[in-house]
Design a protein around this ligand. Sequence first.
Ligand code: BDR
Ligand code: CA
Length: 312
Amino acid sequence: PKPIILDGDPGLDDAIAWMFALASPAEVQVLGVCSVHGNVPLHRTSHNAGVILALAGEAGRTVPHYAGADRPLVREAMTAAAVHGDSGLPAADLPAPLREPEALHAALFMIEAIRAQPGEITLIATGPLTNVALAFRLAPDLPALVREVVWMGGSTAHGNRTPAAEFNALADPHAAHVVLTSGAQVRMVGLNLTMQCIATPDRLEALHALGNRAGAVCSELLTFYAGHYRARYGINGGALHDPVAVGAVICPELFTFRPMRVQVETQEGLNFGRTVCDLYGQPEPTDRVQVGMELNESAFFALLLERVGRLP
Ligand code: BDR
Ligand code: CA
């Protein structure tokens, strides 16, 4: 299995993404989970990280958890409680957190872990990139030592939080700039890809019908989420943004990526946080960013369902 670090802001789709990874030990070995500010404030994403480890049962039992940045690098903090609820995990019957975060900051954990296995570790980031950017600035050797950063964020087209910007990009555009220009191999899993995969009512029913607690919790979270998607986008369920990013590592054969020049707007204004993707340009040899374009979404969902079914 590929050694991975999960970094995110759970957040209900982050939670499902982490469960997907924790339930896939043949493909990925989760070295640790890192929480960051984002959908809800850091103290909640950190609490939720412990809850997700508990939900994963045996698969989460020995996985350490590190809390990271409580705010973006430069801009003021923003949250997405309308999408994820005030707690970030809008489900009734959740277990207590398995454990408290370790004392080590998430960025320092990333540095230690990646230096210990040069060229091996995949970082899957499903929130604002603040922790990753801090690690890259503290340890300039890190971008060359990480195998790749797979980031749910940005878009080749429109945004979701604003017409121009996707939430994770907007929540820390400066951090996204640091990571995208770091020289690290980055695969961007943006809205243009993740909006292709919708948790429709029949899928919520299938998750519930698994008969385990993890399936019931996923179904309940996605039911809450669907309310927002119906009201805002007029579509019949929420997009599985963060699980798709984990899928890009667990089942890469279901995806197509294209090398592309991607720049993030860091000036405040109409396009603040926009990922400007040069769809028709020739990437420079130094550009190490690949952008997700297509996925076999029904095969992806079938795999996600099967994996959630393995959990308690
Ligand atoms: C992203 O923003 C968050 O609300 C979700 O968890 C996902 O990571 C989608 O734009
Ligand atoms: Ca997220």
